[in-house]
Design a binder for this molecule. Structure first.
Ligand code: BGC
Length: 245
């Protein structure tokens, strides 16, 4: 199946048509910057623009950075608050004039990695974390996803851990890799004590620099970078659509 995969992020939308049998992109990835917080209607327009860029009439899979139950968004920590409890599928389908499926962005990234990437064929408990604007999580047992885990919102001093260890937090706090990795290590040790994963997969743009920070992590689990790096989200959103639509 061919699906247009779209990953909605904190500062941009990334999209490309994906062959869901192989996980391969069928055209070069396109990016639409969203410097301002888009309302749901504006996001629908951006999705329609993405589809128009590829002259796309087929199904669309969208990854969203919040809890997604069926067609409805439940949380929107870093995007517009009007998404909360909204049937976003309805808004996006109307705007794009195509069938749309919706999935949490980190779950999407996890689906791509579990199917074609660093988690392929791995038995046991696999925890994928994306370090971007926020921290997203996806938890798999023998390749089966437990949806909507929100480990970026485990609390440290009353604040979400993502406020300390996301890629954006590293920039905002002006930390170098060893300093940031000290906090990431503390965060991962907390998750390890709760979940005992067999493998941790680190995704998000910052995973491309893994050689600069993995060596500083004092953790017990095996950790590997996401193989799709920053494309996992859009590939996984397309995979989810191929299964759901
Ligand atoms: C959201 C998650 C999302 C993550 C990464 C968090 O703030 O609550 O749903 O997966 O950011 O975008």
């Amino acid at each position: 199946m061919k699906v247009l995969g779209i990953d909605i992020g904190g500062s941009s939308l990334k999209g490309a048509p994906v062959d869901t049998k192989t996980g391969e992109l069928l055209a070069e990835r396109h990016r639409i910057d969203t410097p301002a917080r888009l309302s749901p209607a504006e996001m629908g327009e951006a999705i329609a623009r993405m589809a128009a860029h590829f002259d796309w009439k087929g199904p669309i899979g969208v990854g969203f950075p919040g809890v997604v139950q069926g067609r409805v968004v439940r949380t929107s920590a870093n995007l517009h608050p009007d998404f909360v409890n909204l049937d976003a599928v309805e808004v996006f389908e109307k705007a794009a004039g195509a069938e749309v499926s919706l999935v949490n962005d980190a779950d999407a990234a996890g689906l791509a990695e579990a199917t074609f990437g660093a988690g392929r064929g791995v038995k046991g408990a696999v925890l994928l974390l994306t370090f971007g604007t926020g921290v997203g999580s996806a938890l798999f047992v023998d390749g089966i996803l437990y949806p909507n885990t929100e480990f970026g919102h485990v609390k440290r001093d009353g604040e979400s851990w993502e406020k300390f260890v996301s890629g954006a937090a590293k920039e905002r706090r002006g930390l170098d890799y060893p300093e940031w990795a000290a906090d990431v290590g503390a965060y991962l040790r907390l998750l390890e004590d709760l979940l005992w994963p067999d493998l941790i997969i680190a995704g998000g743009g910052i995973s491309a620099d893994h050689a600069k920070w993995f060596p500083h992590l004092k953790i017990r689990s095996r950790i590997v970078p996401a193989e799709f790096l920053n494309e996992a989200g859009l590939v996984g959103a397309a995979l989810h659509a191929a299964r759901a639509l």
